[in-house]
Design a protein around this ligand. Structure first.
Ligand code: F0G
Length: 458
């Protein structure tokens, strides 16, 4: 593949790795992606942006034009925006599954429920492996291969591992997955297996898997693909760029994101701040982060010490994707909250289940972790933080089919049996649609149909 037809409007930019704690520029990342001097996380910066004016109008035109190109890098909703990403001189080095270019949906039913005139959902679950992770993985897996790694690895609650395994397979690399035993949905686990990952179910939680992996990558020549790897976040930035393109570069008032390891909120925040700095947009949306009440380290950190020191928690939630008590990117997320004026909120298990069904009833659907966004939004509207006429975008992070067991249990009414919240879960009954077992009999089906819609004339 040669990139001879694709228009390039700006010279290829150079990027640097810089520590978010001590500002040290690191010529090469450590295996753990921590600063060698102070141990803090690294981020990617583009020194060229300080000295050269970026031609925003020309870039917008190029990005739009690439939608009509047949080149794999142009068909990707990540690499389409390559002028704002670390550069690859040879497009053949890029591993792409044509990620990104995800739909932005209007959510009329959910808007009514939340008390808003208009509500949108950017569905990152419509990526090749069914979650937002693909946008970051195309970038970081490509870097891994360029640096000559044969093996890549991650600890995961499921989606990162599915995505990493796919991109490793496409790129001819082997992958190692560490997941918490019994706490990853079947859909995600089966993806990792099918894409050929060496999958280890550790008898611990996500935070325990992360601790083990940090040691492994220091002893073995394996490239770490968790979101502490700053290249992941660069790829994930593109969801925000796509969103702005869809809104014709007029930012919404609010963007609402689920919070787990806090990489995605950090990436989206970085994108909006960079777009403002470069002149693509003139205002910032408030980026709010929602966590499950049982996995709420950021909420506690913001409420109890204003974001100064992380308060880790023992995490427990049925939204298994965000069952994380010690999030790596908490400092980056705090910076995003502070820079954009966003809020943090937590939601209960019943609130998550209800919101997921409401998103489903709009014909969209998502996995439980994504539904925290609508559940949190309802609270932010009640608090007056979000006004009824404001424009709001929910970031839906994972596909409905990632966790069918949760959905089936919900509809069968089994989700909260024996749980503390069993009584509260009574409010879910109107949303529940258990499958109906009938004899193979026409009358029985017609009777069921009539019962479901008493206005139906036959
Ligand atoms: N939503 C889904 C569906 C996720 O899979 C995750 C994280 C999040 C939200 C939270 O994003 O970590 O960037 O704050 N899943 C990771 C994984 C941890 O291993 O798949 P975050």
């Amino acid at each position: 593949m040669t990139d001879h037809t694709s228009p390039e409007s700006n010279p290829v930019q150079t990027s640097q790795l810089r520590c978010i704690g001590c500002d040290a520029v690191c010529p090469k990342a450590e295996q753990t992606f921590r600063c060698a001097a102070c141990g803090d996380l690294l981020e990617i910066v583009y020194p060229g942006w300080d000295t050269t004016r970026v031609d925003t109008a020309a870039l917008r035109a190029v990005w739009r034009q690439r939608r009509t190109s047949g080149l794999p890098v142009d068909e990707s909703g990540v690499w389409r925006f390559r002028e704002l990403l670390p550069s690859f001189h040879d497009p053949q080095e890029v591993i792409t599954l044509r990620e990104g270019n995800t739909p932005l949906y209007e959510m009329p039913g959910c808007a009514r429920i939340a008390g808003l005139q208009q509500l949108y959902a950017k569905h990152q679950g419509m990526n090749p492996t069914g979650s937002f992770k693909d946008t970051g993985m195309t970038m970081a897996a490509s870097v891994a291969r360029r640096e000559g790694f044969r093996w890549v690895a991650c600890a995961s609650t499921g989606n990162t591992s599915a995505s990493m395994a796919a991109y490793a397979a496409r790129g001819g690399m082997r992958s190692l997955v560490l997941i918490p035993e019994g706490k990853v949905s079947w859909g995600k686990l089966s993806q990792a297996l099918d894409y050929g990952a060496v999958t280890c179910q550790l008898k611990t939680d996500f935070d325990g898997c992360m601790r083990v992996l940090n040691e492994v990558v220091q002893r073995m020549p394996i490239y770490l693909l968790n979101s502490v790897n700053p290249y992941r976040l660069e790829g994930q930035k593109t969801a925000a760029i796509e969103l702005m393109e869809a809104f014709d570069w007029e930012p919404p008032d609010h963007v609402i994101v689920p919070g787990g390891n806090l990489g995605n909120s950090s990436a989206l925040g970085k994108a909006f701040l960079e777009m403002k700095r470069l002149g693509f947009i003139s205002t910032l949306p408030k980026i709010s982060i929602i966590q499950a009440a049982g996995a709420n380290p950021l909420v506690r950190t913001m409420y109890e010490n204003g974001g100064k020191t992380l308060i880790p928690v023992h995490a427990e939630t049925a939204a298994s994707a965000i069952r994380i008590g010690n999030p790596a990117s908490w400092k980056k997320a705090v910076r995003v909250l502070q820079a954009t004026g966003g809020a943090v909120e937590q939601v209960s298990e019943v609130e998550i289940a209800l919101a997921k069904a409401e998103i489903g009833a709009d014909g969209i659907g998502c996995e439980p972790a994504s539904a925290v966004t609508l559940a949190g939004l309802k609270k932010l509207v009640k608090q007056g933080f979000v006004g009824p006429r404001e424009t709001v975008v929910l970031i839906l992070t994972g596909h409905l089919l990632k966790d069918p067991e949760f959905t089936l249990k919900f509809h069968r009414g089994d989700l909260f049996v024996g749980a503390e919240s069993e009584k509260e879960a009574g409010i879910l009954r109107p949303q529940q649609r258990a499958p109906i077992v009938l004899d193979a009999d026409v009358d029985a089906v017609i009777q069921t149909l009539r019962k479901a819609d008493d206005r139906l004339e036959m």
